[in-house]
Design a protein around this ligand. Structure first.
Ligand SMILES: NC(=O)C[C@H](N)C(=O)O
Length: 323
């Protein structure tokens, strides 16, 4: 019988603070979370991980990716829901989206309030996500994030609010959902699936280096010396960096370490416009503009390309195909 598979990974949706408040920790398993959610939709629940998403590693992500692939391969499975912490949901969702090669939807959801709060938002979000995963209209839409009644493409979505129940912004709003009814409003842009990461992904090190007023290139220089596999600059504005960054980008490029130029700004592309250490100089020094990808999603794409064996030149070419 056709069903939706719910994969639990932890996060606030499964967390409880307990009586002696020592900080909320992931505790509820997926079956407990599901309860009556989904109404008449058949739901099967499995635990994959049980942790706060701020603790996840690339090795964990690969475990999750394999669990998703296994669930999707079941011909009775109409779609997959993943319960996940919101802190890094956009990163897990994007990795899963980059390698997604099925028409079935994969939908991540979570909560801003713990399961034992007086008014938890998790049950409603999970109910909505199950509706989305079971919906034939969502076939072909890839990996989605369903939160506070909105369904967004994995690509481009970011956690924008720490406290509000509407935690996410960005991406393409593909649908809205309420009371087990879905209204599609857009079709997300899709890319050909990349190969799923192998064991090398677990050891791949891609660092994000922030740029800010008065920043020195010390951190960038350090991660080059430490042997990062790739580096993402979270540049200022449209993609700029301060004094001395260009020389370090050149040094990384000579050492065959790809440098991606993203931005610390919430939305918009990086474009080489300015000189004197601006984007024009950084790109001349070898940096690859990240298009519309934010620094953390650019890091996920970079790690996947490196782990799948891209050379420095291959990296540049492939990166451009996915932004
Ligand atoms: N709202 C949340 O889920 C945040 C939590 N710290 C996590 O990412 O696991």
């Amino acid at each position: 019988m056709s069903h939706v598979r719910v994969l639990g990974t932890g996060g606030t949706i499964s967390s409880r603070s307990g009586e002696e408040y020592r900080g909320a920790t992931a505790s509820d398993d997926a079956a407990l979370l599901v309860g009556e959610a989904g109404g008449r939709i058949e739901v099967c629940a499995t635990d994959v991980l049980k942790t706060g998403s701020y603790l996840l590693t690339f090795a964990d992500l690969r475990v999750l990716q394999r669990a998703v692939a296994e669930a999707l391969a079941d011909e009775d499975c109409a779609g997959v829901v993943i319960t996940h912490g919101t802190d890094t949901m956009e990163e897990s969702a994007f990795l899963l989206d980059l390698v997604h090669d099925s028409p079935k939807p994969v939908v991540l959801t979570g909560a801003q309030r713990t399961a034992d709060s007086p008014a938890p938002d998790g049950p409603g979000n999970l109910n909505d996500a199950i509706t989305v995963a079971a919906s034939p209209a969502m076939r072909g839409c890839g990996v989605l994030i369903c939160f506070a009644g909105e369904v967004r493409s994995a690509r481009g979505t970011r956690k924008a609010r720490t406290w509000s129940l509407s935690a996410f912004d960005g991406g393409t709003v593909v649908a809205t959902v309420r009371d087990q009814q879905l209204h599609q409003v857009a079709v997300p842009r899709r890319f050909p699936p990349l190969p799923a990461p192998g064991e090398r992904f677990d050891r791949t090190r891609v660092e994000v280096v922030p740029c800010y007023l008065g920043a020195t290139p010390g951190v960038l220089s350090h991660v080059i010396d430490e042997g990062a596999d790739a580096i993402v600059l979270a540049g200022t504005g449209i993609g700029n960096a301060g004094i001395g960054f260009g020389e370090q980008v050149e040094r990384a490029t000579r050492a065959q370490i790809p440098v991606v130029l993203s931005t610390r700004v919430a939305s918009g592309p990086t474009v080489p416009v300015y000189g004197n250490g601006g984007g024009v100089d950084l790109v001349d020094a070898g940096a690859v503009p990240s298009g519309d990808l934010n620094a953390y999603q650019a890091r996920i794409l970079s790690a996947l390309l490196v782990a799948n064996g891209a050379s420095a030149d291959g990296f540049r070419e492939q990166f451009y195909c996915y932004v």
